[in-house]
Design a protein around this ligand. Structure first.
Ligand SMILES: NC(=O)c1ccc[n+]([C@@H]2O[C@H](COP(=O)([O-])OP(=O)(O)OC[C@H]3O[C@@H](n4cnc5c(N)ncnc54)[C@H](OP(=O)(O)O)[C@@H]3O)[C@@H](O)[C@H]2O)c1
Length: 323
């Protein structure tokens, strides 16, 4: 391999972040993670990366420390860890996420890094029914897209005006060993509480978290090993989803099969709002059929798990093995 890259990651102790750290280390790169406190720093160190204590929302030594890196990654989630966000919190979460990403862009600019990757999500496109969605589709964010989607253009403009080479990632529902899949969906199946919300005919776009991490590695290397751009770099956007969007109903039946459980019954949208909140309900009923061609052709991304049929049994197996 070429000379290892020095990579800074904010959100490295999170669900996606942990998989990114592992994949980058496995490729031989040097990885430093930003941790909000020493305890979270330990999580990073256990993964094999070094930690820098700091918070993207506050000034601190992290801003100077960033100078020694080639590429920075932002993979943060606003709000409190372990507390599902609510619709009422959306304005604050949007502000906090936009500020965190803006501060990272400015630090990358000051530190003269080769570039940066930021993480948003496909829900920032909003509901598009049966229509296929690519990176040029207009955005009308809903659900969890509400606290990152409205900032896409502001952040892209900031990066471009500061001549920062920026890549914006739009992952689909990322499933694997952790987060909502492990801590919410699987226990709901085990307790007989999993439900199809509404008709279940809406499309959802998923990605196995290990495939997601692979796309970031390719993007990091594209930024890190490219010669400095002669012209003002235009921000790049990539949808990171598998090859086959699936309906909510089909998705839950695939998970049910992998767990040897019955396919869950349905509840109405109104019941779901009452039980799980408006933001979650909007997210799971949003119809999104997302294309991944750009990431495949421009990053050379290939998927180990091109469909949920291939990925879900593996994800369930990994979780069971750990228990
Ligand atoms: N999970 C999915 O299915 C999915 C799908 C599409 C898009 N996304 C997007 O991907 C991003 C990461 O998601 P995730 O599921 O990995 O989230 P997560 O597990 O909640 O992890 C988020 C990480 O960000 C860190 N963080 C938050 N605010 C920070 C700040 N101001 N400064 C430094 N670190 C900060 C947290 O630190 P602590 O560890 O100290 O709490 C945590 O490690 C989010 O923007 C999310 O919207 C996720």
């Amino acid at each position: 391999m070429a000379v290892p890259l020095n990579i800074f990651i904010a959100g490295g102790a999170g669900f996606i972040g942990r998989h990114l750290v592992k994949a980058l280390l496995a490729r031989g790169h040097e990885v430093y993670g930003l941790a909000k406190d020493r305890m979270r720093g330990k999580v990073l160190e256990e993964l094999g990366c070094r930690s820098i204590i700091g918070n993207l929302l506050t000034n601190g030594p992290w801003e100077r420390a960033i100078e020694k890196f080639d590429v920075a990654i932002g993979c943060t989630m606003p709000g409190r860890r372990g507390q599902p966000p609510t619709m009422k919190q959306v304005p604050d979460l949007l502000k906090s996420h936009t500020d965190a990403c803006s501060n990272l862009i400015l630090a990358v600019h000051e530190g003269m890094l080769k570039g940066l990757i930021l993480t948003l999500g496909v829900l920032s496109y909003g509901d598009h029914g049966e229509e296929w969605v690519d990176e040029d589709t207009p955005r009308e964010p809903i659900g969890y897209g509400r606290f990152s989607g409205p900032a896409v253009h502001t952040l892209a403009h900031l990066a471009e005006s500061k001549r920062v080479k920026a890549t914006f990632m739009f992952p689909g529902w990322a499933y694997g060993n952790g987060s909502w899949f492990k801590d919410m969906l699987l226990p709901a199946f085990e307790q007989g509480q999993a439900r199809v919300v509404g008709s279940g005919e809406n499309y959802m776009s998923f990605v196995h978290v290990e495939d997601l991490a692979e796309a970031y590695v390719l993007a990091v290397e594209e930024i890190g090993y490219s010669p400095p751009p002669e012209e003002r770099p235009v921000p790049q956007m990539f949808n990171l989803v598998d090859d086959q969007p699936t309906t909510q109903k089909e998705w839950l039946s695939v998970v049910a099969r992998a767990l040897a459980k019955p396919t869950p019954p349905s509840i109405s949208v109104a019941e779901s709002v009452q039980q799980a909140g408006e933001l979650w309900t909007e997210s799971v009923t949003c119809s999104l059929r997302v294309k991944n061609e750009r990431a495949k052709s421009m990053l050379g991304w290939t998927l180990k798990y091109p469909t949920v049929h291939a990925g879900v049994p593996v994800a369930v197996g990994a979780i069971r093995k750990e228990r």
